[in-house]
Design a protein around this ligand. Structure first.
Ligand SMILES: Nc1nc2c(ncn2[C@@H]2O[C@H](COP(=O)(O)OP(=O)(O)OP(=O)(O)O)[C@@H](O)[C@H]2O)c(=O)[nH]1
Ligand SMILES: [Mg+2]
Length: 631
């Protein structure tokens, strides 16, 4: 049976293979990829499984993280408390580092942790990373505590950004405040479609665990509202009831009964099981694919090049070196790549704006039609009727926006992205022909960052951000705190007859509401365009940067290979010249000449085959391990 250690062992083996290959490249004299491989090893080494704890403020997120750490590390309070995303990773020696929003990271004394993590007026740090010798984290798992939702939008945004980066999201709820409307909204919009693990934790179970009726009521509520997530066929969510405080106190007081009764260790076990069964194998798949690609590159591109170069005469090698160093091809090409990217993203954005304008043009009519279905309860208090209307419009709008994003924006974005990647590859191919690299245009396809091509540019964050952003604007108007046209119009409609009597809004009211909604939405046009720009720019730039890096490495490989061969040949030539008058046997002379190939390619070929086999062994072990995991 496989366990967490087995995975970590496989990870270590994968890291070592990266390093071995890096060393191989260095020895061979191809330095471009040597560096890159070292970086990959480093990244994989740090690539822990990530568990995010999120939820509204005061639900006990920090207390729960502390319970996992068996110690009071993160500050916990009765007032809203955590002010910055805090990542706890394993480290033998406890330490903490602040990553400010602007500026360089700097360490802080562990004793001052609380001062830095607590809420201040404006967030000044992007995140804090803590290293701590926790047994739980030792398995290769990082715990991420986040600021409470809805306390401050900047902090909420910071928490939201963590969702897509994590392997499991733990939504901390409180048994004492069973599911607020905003919690439900958050779950629906932010967590509904996550492909990472989803865990609902009912914390503060100690406050009701002696009261069977309350437990019954809570479980019913939980089952009712969380059913869509618990019952989904793919990646079903889990629900746990526990007391973080009891778990923590039990650990601190060394009272194992108390710890176990808290329910927290049991949750810990389920979480670990999920992570290692579902997430750990995936984490190694991409690095394995990268290794496979790099071995193929060394075998199919570098070795033939090596053979060719090492057989060239010294003079021709020096000429080749000159053309390579003199040329500003590298510089030229990277400018070309960035210009093409800029142009393509600008075109794409313009296409998206056209779609957006079409969407905004019809929203009023569509919402008018949709509101035919809006039914109001009879004899309900005014507030309730008002809430109902707002909820109706908010949900409707959210659905419309999601549909718009998925059916119209996403395909357009995908299309633009593919177009860009084709353009960039063409530039890349021209570069190969120019530098007379032995890499043929067909080869360049293998080297293109295929993972990136598959990358879904419309990653989920954005879909979720847009409706939330709109719904927040609409929600705000119930508080009367917004001066947006929607707010004013809707509040004006507060006097509508329909709100006081009847089960339907009359046609004029519906038209007025539809118009208000449309005006409000149109007033957000510029911000929506900004969101779209923010959305398409990073992946396109990433694609460009990746191709650029790939080319640079290739160019560097060729340059250093030529350099190594030249210096080797010069050395041998010197030796031969020095020994020239000793009148050697012709056979010894030929022996020495052979050294021109400082390592016979056949031997290199074998080494690469060995690495290939090692990779296959690790991949097979990975498949076996994931099939037989036990926590
Ligand atoms: N009774 C009881 N109290 C708890 C439990 N967990 C946390 N608390 C208390 O709830 C309060 C808030 O806990 P925190 O861990 O700071 O909550 P948080 O969710 O991190 O809060 P923010 O960082 O402000 O979002 C503290 O006073 C804790 O002692 C629990 O399981 N039972
Ligand atoms: Mg907290």
């Amino acid at each position: 049976m496989a366990n967490a250690d087995d995975y970590n062992h496989l990870r270590k083996m994968t890291v070592e293979l990266f390093l071995t290959l890096s060393h191989f490249c260095e020895q061979l004299g191809v330095k471009g990829h040597a560096e890159h491989l070292k970086e990959e090893a480093d990244l994989l080494n740090k690539d822990d499984l990530r568990v995010l704890f999120c939820g509204e403020f005061k639900r006990g997120k920090s207390t729960l993280v502390n319970a996992f750490l068996d110690d009071r590390i993160l500050p916990m309070k009765i007032a809203p408390c955590t002010g910055v995303v805090t990542e706890v990773r394993f480290g033998e020696i406890p330490n903490a580092t602040i990553y400010p929003i602007n500026g360089e990271e700097y360490p802080i004394p562990f004793s001052e942790l609380s001062k830095h993590l607590q809420i201040r007026d404006t967030p000044s740090a992007d995140r804090v990373i803590i290293h701590f010798p926790s047994d739980f984290c030792r398995q290769g798992i990082s715990l991420i505590d986040s600021p409470g939702l809805n306390e401050d939008w900047r902090r909420t945004e910071a928490s939201l950004q963590e969702i897509t980066r994590s392997d499991a999201v733990v939504m901390v709820l409180s048994c004492e405040m069973a599911l607020s409307l905003s919690e439900l909204d958050f779950i629906e919009t932010q967590l509904g479609e996550t492909t990472n693990g989803l865990f609902f934790v009912w914390n503060r179970y100690d406050s009701i665990w002696n009261n069977p009726e309350e437990i019954q009521a809570l479980k019913e509520r939980s089952d009712h509202y969380l059913a869509p997530y618990i019952n989904r066929p793919k990646n079903p969510a889990q629900v746990h009831y526990l007391s973080a405080r009891e778990g923590l106190v039990g650990a601190i007081k060394n009272d194992s009964d108390r710890k176990n009764n808290s329910g927290q260790p049991k949750f810990e076990q389920y979480l670990t099981e999920y992570l290692y069964q579902n997430r750990a194998p995936n984490k190694l798949l991409l690095p394995h694919r990268k290794l496979k690609k790099i071995i193929a590159y060394l075998k199919e591109v570098i070795l033939p090049q090596y053979t060719q170069i090492s057989q060239m005469k010294l003079q021709s090698l020096i000429r080749k070196q000159n053309t390579l160093t003199q040329s500003d091809i590298d510089q030229h090409r990277s400018t070309e790549l960035s210009e093409a990217t800029e142009e393509a993203t600008e075109d794409l954005l313009n296409d998206l704006i056209l779609l957006l304008d079409d969407f905004l043009a019809v929203i009023s009519q569509r919402s008018f039609e949709a509101s035919k279905d809006l039914r109001l309860p009879e004899n309900a208090p005014r507030q309730e009727r008002q809430d109902l209307i707002l909820r109706f419009y908010r949900n409707w709008l959210r659905q419309e926006l999601l549909r718009f994003a998925k059916q119209q924006l996403a395909p357009k974005i995908q299309e633009g992205y593919l177009e860009l990647s084709n353009d960039l590859q063409l530039i890349q191919q021209r570069f190969y022909t120019h530098t007379s690299l032995t890499k043929s245009p067909q080869d360049s396809k293998d080297l293109a960052p295929s993972e990136l091509l598959k990358l879904s540019i419309y990653d989920e964050t954005w879909f979720k951000r847009l409706p939330t952003f709109i719904s927040t604007a609409i929600a705000m108007l119930t508080l009367g705190s917004s001066s947006s046209p929607v707010a004013i119009s809707l509040l004006g409609i507060g006097a509508l007859r329909a709100w006081l009597t009847g089960t339907h809004l009359d046609e004029q009211d519906r038209r007025q509401l539809a118009e208000a909604l449309s005006i409000g939405l149109r007033s957000q046009r510029e911000e929506m365009i900004d969101l779209l720009r923010d959305h398409i720019n990073p992946p396109c730039l990433r694609l460009q940067a990746d191709l650029n890096r790939e080319n640079k490495a290739l160019y560097e490989d060729l340059r250093t290979l030529v350099e190594t061969c030249i210096s080797h040949k010069e050395k041998i030539t010197e030796q031969l010249e020095a020994e020239d008058d000793t009148n050697e046997e012709i056979t010894t002379f030929l022996e020495k000449k052979k050294k021109f190939h400082h390592r016979p390619p056949i031997q290199l070929q074998r080494m690469l085959e060995d690495y290939e086999q090692a990779l296959e062994r690790i991949s097979n072990l990975l498949i076996k391990a994931s099939a037989s995991f036990t926590p």
